[in-house]
Design a protein around this ligand. Structure first.
Ligand SMILES: Cc1cc2nc3c(=O)[nH]c(=O)nc-3n(C[C@H](O)[C@H](O)[C@H](O)COP(=O)(O)OP(=O)(O)OC[C@H]3O[C@@H](n4cnc5c(N)ncnc54)[C@H](O)[C@@H]3O)c2cc1C
Length: 284
């Protein structure tokens, strides 16, 4: 419920200004697609909000031969458009273009997707995890870099005194894909998400979102797949069979689905992901 407190919205002119506002209790407002629905979750809206969209680099995507650098305030729509057709980052392009619905994708940002610890069904997380993405944060005195895989489980503490500025994707991946299972229709939160990537060392990397509270790499399955002859499964069905036997996920129960169901759909999503990945590898 909304109350009658006065609220302020400031557009930060410098990152230092944004950090100082945050230290004084202001919340970063990105697309607002999560934050502005706080009252529906019984959480009061913050009294002071600060936007980063006017800061240099926050809304740009830089594509070089070895890295793709994406500003935290770039929208899902812009990511989907910029990365479409780019070999290696297909998972991120698909995730950005298939999350929620077109109206939400026009405003929801990369930063908001990565900096919402209570949102387990975020699409960009597994896609970026499968690609070994790195996050760049700004702390009071200096920038700070860490692998996304380390950032995600520690977000609540890390974000207490930092702001996410950019995400870097090293271009070490040959092909990738992103498969999601919404329960009823396109706009629903996905029940489970599987992102798969084939590294330049020809290793399969797999990340899972929405099944547990925090998206993570499926390292147990990756190890088993790497022990297959030739270092990876000959076909998608073999990968799906391994996914059955090394399913170490603890499914979270929520409105959309029970935990056991989220776990159970994973082998089928792995099969679909690997079918698409192995097919991409074979195409010229
Ligand atoms: C009905 C509906 C369905 C949706 N379905 C999906 C879906 O299936 N998949 C999906 O991926 N997304 C989905 N979304 C969008 C989802 O809300 C956003 O992807 C994301 O979680 C919030 O992004 P935002 O830019 O709106 O962030 P905001 O709501 O503005 O902020 C979210 C949080 O992140 C913090 N934050 C934002 N930027 C930064 C930063 N740079 N540094 C530090 N903290 C920051 C804010 O302070 C806030 O705590 C859906 C949205 C709606 C409304």
């Amino acid at each position: 419920m909304f109350d009658n407190l006065e609220r302020s919205l400031t557009v930060a002119g410098t990152i230092e200004e944004a950090l100082a506002a945050k230290r004084h209790g202001a919340a970063i407002l990105a697309g607002g697609t999560w934050l502005m629905r706080d009252p529906r979750r019984g959480v009061d809206l913050p009294q002071a909000l600060i936007s980063l969209h006017a800061l240099a680099g926050m809304k740009t995507i830089d594509i070089s031969d070895d890295t793709i650098t994406i500003g935290a305030a770039v929208t899902h729509e812009a990511i989907g458009q910029a990365l479409r057709g780019l070999a290696g980052v297909e998972a991120v392009a698909i995730a950005a273009s298939s999350s929620a619905n077109p109206a939400i994708r026009r405003v929801a940002t990369l930063g908001g997707n990565l900096c919402t610890p209570d949102f387990a069904a975020a699409d960009l997380l597994p896609a970026l995890l499968a690609l070994d993405a790195i996050v760049e944060l700004r702390a009071a005195h200096a920038p700070l870099r860490m692998p996304l895989a380390r950032f995600l489980p520690s977000r609540r503490q890390v974000l207490a005194d930092t702001i996410l500025t950019t995400v870097l994707i090293p271009r070490k991946i040959i092909a990738s894909t992103h498969v999601r299972l919404p329960l009823r229709r396109a706009g629903d939160y996905p029940v489970a998400i599987v992102s798969c990537a084939l590294s330049s060392k020809r290793e399969i990397q797999i990340a899972v979102g929405s099944v547990e509270d925090v998206a993570r790499r499926w390292t147990k399955l990756e190890e088993v797949l790497s022990r297959e002859p030739g270092g990876r499964p000959a076909n998608a069905q073999i990968a799906a069979s391994h996914a059955e036997t090394c399913n170490d996920f603890e499914g979270r129960s929520g409105i959309e689905a029970d935990g056991w169901y989220r776990r159970q759909v994973l082998p089928a999503l792995v099969r679909r992901g690997l079918e698409s990945l192995l097919c991409k590898e074979q195409s010229p």
